[in-house]
Design a protein around this ligand. Structure first.
Ligand SMILES: [Zn+2]
Length: 530
């Protein structure tokens, strides 16, 4: 019989403290659904009563399976629970659970709260009791628990025990400053579970020594049975414990998977990479390509000898199967690429070709030639695939861009303000049809992209769901002149992503190549007819 381990997500509360992150109500609802679909046991939504977004979020039922949790303060010192508006808002919120935050460090109680140790404990007791009477499941966040425990173990423990005795389902041990190390977490949690049963103890770790994940796992080893964290480790300063790393570790590493069940099924685990990318999408930022488990590079390999071994037996160089978390194996095609890399990559993208086919030699030569002038195919999987398909077989000539023109103009607008206006005009030939599209953009590349994707005639339906998610430019010195390398990341309606590349002395030309590759790649992927 395995023990149940619970997952608590605080992306919407603690994660919202991240510099530059500001969730709208729609963002919060979408992320809550994402977490619910992943099988997270608790989703902390925010502070009802503290701001209009959170008050609205908790204003009505959301129809989620997860326990939607409201966060707020215990009653203020010197007040009764009946006479505290903050507490009243929390008790009124349509939430399945309430998480109270309270001080557990005597120093903070005296200096920050300016009250007595006894009154702090009475406030914890009264607040937990009030929420229990309202029929809510209760959690108590013991702020600064580890620092507090080091300074005064009896008092820190007394705060936690007061909540547990009053019927709190969970006592959350917070490493608020994030400076505690894994061996300290293991020792202190080990001591706590002698007083409070481990299946009522949660860990909330911050990443200030880059050990929030390790601290969470250390707490579980010591007996804690709930882990709190955020998607992609979002959180103020260096972030919170990253659930995207913790979940697969719990599911796939025998030390944990052999002992514990979590609410995330194997099928849900396969959605993890997508969930991680969708959060970045919401935040309008690029995904970390080096992220463990879900990053683009997490299962990428470069050296030829590794690639040939991986083609034979993936387990030789992979600690888990990439598909298990919704990621994929990637063999980098680069200047150092051997035949085996190229063969492995061709097999992955479904191009059948004999090992000794002479066209492989031609493809390798092409890759090397182009990399000499600045292309980097290891970063542009879709452009590599097109190059391979063109060399080894055919890519239909769907359409021709017969002409394009970009005009950038700086002038005064009607209000007399100085503005820069960009307009692109593109002439496209699809079969016998000649089309002309124009678009304004916030810059030349944006205008060109919009005009290019505005009307592709019979192919338009295939590219309607196409969006550009990232655009990166680098100036390189290749040979005698400086050239521009453009990488464009695109995404389609199914959440599939790919990267294309263009290289030219002219930034518009380089961008145009990458944009064209992205569109043609999407048409090939969609099986658009020639
Ligand atoms: Zn926190």
């Amino acid at each position: 019989m395995k023990e149940r381990l619970y997952l608590f997500d605080t992306t919407l509360r603690d994660g919202a403290q991240t510099n530059g992150v500001d969730f709208t109500l729609a963002d919060k609802l979408a992320i809550a659904r994402l977490l619910d679909d992943l099988g997270i046991d608790y989703v902390e939504g925010g502070y009802p009563g503290a701001n209009p977004t959170d008050t609205e979020l908790f204003g009505e039922a959301r129809g989620l399976k997860t326990k939607f949790t409201a966060f707020g303060m215990t009653r203020r010192p010197g007040r009764s629970t009946a006479n505290d508006p903050g507490l009243a808002a929390l008790l009124e919120a349509k939430a399945d659970a309430i998480c109270f935050v309270a001080k557990a460090w005597d120093f903070h109680v005296r200096v920050a709260l300016e009250t007595t140790e006894e009154e702090n404990i009475a406030s914890i007791r009264d607040s937990v009791r009030a929420a229990r009477q309202k029929g809510r499941e209760v959690l108590l966040d013991c702020e600064h628990f580890f620092d507090g425990y080091k300074a005064n173990p009896q008092y820190a423990l007394a705060c936690a025990k007061a909540a547990f005795d009053e019927g709190a389902r969970w006592v959350v041990l917070c490493d608020t400053n994030g400076g505690t190390l894994p061996h300290e977490v293991e020792r202190i949690v080990g001591a706590v579970v002698k007083t409070i049963p481990g299946d009522h103890v949660a860990i909330h770790a911050h990443n200030d020594t880059e050990q929030a994940v390790a601290n969470s796992l250390a707490a579980v080893r010591a007996g804690a049975r709930q882990i709190q964290g955020t998607l992609n480790g979002l959180g103020e300063r260096c972030g919170n414990a990253n659930l995207v790393s913790i979940i697969p570790t719990l599911k796939l590493k025998p030390e944990f998977s052999g002992r514990f069940d979590i609410g995330v099924s194997e099928a849900q685990l396969k959605k993890l990479a997508q969930a991680s990318h969708m959060l970045d999408e919401r935040l309008n930022r690029g995904s970390d390509r080096y992220a463990p488990y879900v990053g683009e590079n997490a299962f990428a390999t470069k050296a030829g000898i590794h690639a040939s071994a991986i083609a034979k037996e993936p387990a030789t160089y992979e600690h888990v199967a990439p598909e298990s978390v919704g990621n994929r194996r990637k063999v980098l095609v680069s200047e150092q690429a051997g035949r085996s890399n190229v063969l492995a990559e061709l097999e992955r993208i479904g191009i059948k070709v004999g090992k000794d086919d002479r066209r492989i030699t031609r493809l390798l030569e092409l890759v090397k030639e182009r990399e000499t002038i600045g292309y980097a195919y290891e970063a542009a999987d879709a452009s590599f695939e097109l190059l391979a398909r063109r060399t080894l077989g055919t890519v239909p000539n769907y359409f021709d861009v017969t002409q394009f023109d970009i005009n950038v103009e700086q002038r005064n607008n009607a209000k007399g303000e100085r503005v820069t206006v960009t307009m692109a005009v593109v002439k496209v030939k699809v079969g016998d049809d000649n089309m002309i599209s124009a678009a304004e953009g916030n810059g030349p590349v944006n205008a060109l992209d919009l005009a290019l994707r505005k009307d592709l005639g019979k192919y338009q339906k295939y590219i309607d769901g196409l969006t550009l998610t990232d655009y990166r430019v680098r100036i390189l010195n290749a040979g005698t002149e400086a050239v521009t390398r453009v990488l464009i990341e695109s995404e389609d309606e199914n959440g599939e992503r790919w990267t294309t590349i263009g290289v030219s002395p002219n930034i518009i030309d380089a961008s145009f190549q990458a944009l064209m590759d992205s569109i043609v790649y999407k048409l090939v992927k969609s099986g658009a007819p020639a």
